[in-house]
Design a protein around this ligand. Sequence first.
Ligand code: PMT
Length: 399
Amino acid sequence: MLKGKHIILGVTGGIAAYKSAILTRLLVKAGAEVQVIMTPAAKQFVAPLTFSTLSGKPVISEFFTANTGQWNSHVDLGLWADAMIIAPATASTIGKMANGVADNMLVTTYLSAKAPVFVAPAMDLDMMAHPSTRRNLELLKSYGNHIIEPAEGELASHLVGKGRMEEPEKIVQVLSNFFVPKDLAGKKVIITAGPTYEKIDPVRFIGNYSTGKMGYALADEAARRGASVTVVSGPVAVKPQDSDIKIIPVQTARQMLEAAQTVFADTDIAIMCAAVADYAPDHYTDSKIKREKDEIPVIHLVKNPDIAATLGREKQPGQFLVGFALETDSEQSNAREKMHRKNLDMIVLNSLRDKGAGFGTDTNKVTIFTGEGMSVTYDLKSKPQVASDIFDSIVRCLK
Ligand code: PMT
């Protein structure tokens, strides 16, 4: 998303300036053209040579380049940029930006910039919590600037609290999310994710190896594209990147069905990515089943409801229902059969015979089948990239 984008990186005078060297490196690696502007104080922390080497462009700091007398036009720079990020942003620079104190090249360029502005504050916890800083940040928000809130942790003062500049990887993520086309804006998306646990007794359950990585990657991608997202999630350790994603935690297939049905009526797109246990014990033993000497306990199973098929029956015109098929053999025919039997509009096949695909991995290899009889097979990709391919297909179908 950052390929070819013009980014102004404003670096101000704080110890977190060293992290901005890494940020420059990551932005350049992502394909962005980076112009660094440093405040005079920033140069006390990191040498401009570091940034000019990493960005491949001379650093701008003053209104005039001393040895040539060349005027650095803040207006041209402001127009050149697709985005401006100030990281780290000190309390002093935030105050100047909020109040239009244009006494250095960075703030002057900020006032001229037409592009979206991102601000990553970094300062000591008491400065961060001060009403003056909070008020100035609120002012920046009211100008439409995006604040990348600092993280909590140990600060340069060795005090612990909120004030650490967000990690460069996270900042790059925020920036690239911003440039994702918002082709799902106004859409409501529900995703089932992770495994279900069917309880046998207080210490045992029937489950499977699903980690939720695929389902949560879908949720993050939908949110990036502007959708309002709900995940009905079995027990997993993964978390969504976007705090606006609503998570409904469940344990069993029946709970997953109930939660999915409640949300589905008001949903545009539903993706059934959960690995739902097909069977559950017919009863729950409320004390631990003891290891008997001679007798081996027998667990009777009952069939769980099929969530995808139930939603397929309840589907109304205009709703788009996607299933997954996890197969080990006769993959293509099984996937097509599931798509038709469950009344799905699309099914995503992943086969456990493909290395790096399916449960637990950070990658997946899928074939996407649509109701029109089309299918596209993709290479092995990261789960976030697979999620992007899936939503590209959905958006194409919706068109
Ligand atoms: O979570 P990860 O570790 O990242 O792994 C991802 C995944 C392998 C779990 C995911 O990519 C995947 O394939 N999910 C579907 C697994 C599955 O249960 O497949 P299935 O072929 O058994 O089921 C077909 C479809 O019916 C699926 O959409 C499934 O969610 C749904 N189903 C199945 C049974 C059931 N009782 N209710 C259902 O809704």
